[in-house]
Each structure stands twice: as C-alpha cells, then as structure tokens.
Ligand binder design. Structure first.
Ligand SMILES: [Zn+2]
Length: 90
C-alpha cells in the first residue's frame, strides 16, 4: 500500500527549480494537483493557504525572473476561484 493512512501519494509533484509537474508536465500546481489539494484540505482552507504560501515563497526564489503577481495567482489565487474553494473561504 502506498502512502500513509491509506492515502496514495500523488504523482503530480513539482520538479524544482522549474516548478513543472512531474506527472503531467504542466506548471505546478497543475489542475489535477489543485483538485487533489482541495480534497486533501477539504474544510481547512487556512491550512491549504499556509501550505501553498510556503510553496509560493520557495517558487519566488527559484523563479526569480517570473512576475510575482503571476506566481501569487498560480500558487494561491486559484483557491478563491476553485469551485470547492469558493465555499467556506473567509
Ligand atoms: Zn500534474
């Protein structure tokens, strides 16, 4: 059995420092991983935001050439637009 507590480990992990998805090659977090994160953190949007914020900080260092606003939307902004994120977000 893979993972802990019966949860499978996602193949959609970031490859650093490019921050592309190991599973599908899309910019990370890809659409599939975003859906997985929403399920993993269901009902705990603050915890999800804190986790994504930590990724965002590292990505800003790795992708120093990228627009910070674009990175913010990519790592954090999508949670407000995601169907699951619209519910219960403060
Ligand atoms: Zn992916």
């Amino acid at each position: 059995m893979a993972g802990t507590a019966g949860r499978a480990v996602s193949e959609h992990k970031p490859i650093r420092p490019q921050w592309i998805c190991q599973g599908c090659g899309a910019p990370w977090p890809c659409a599939i991983r975003r859906g997985q994160l929403m399920l993993d953190y269901a009902g705990s949007m603050v915890s999800l935001s804190l986790s994504l914020a930590s990724y965002f900080v590292v990505a800003c260092q790795d992708l120093a050439w990228a627009n910070a606003g674009d990175l913010h939307h990519r790592f954090l902004g999508w949670t407000r637009e995601h169907p699951a994120g619209a519910v219960g977000y403060p």
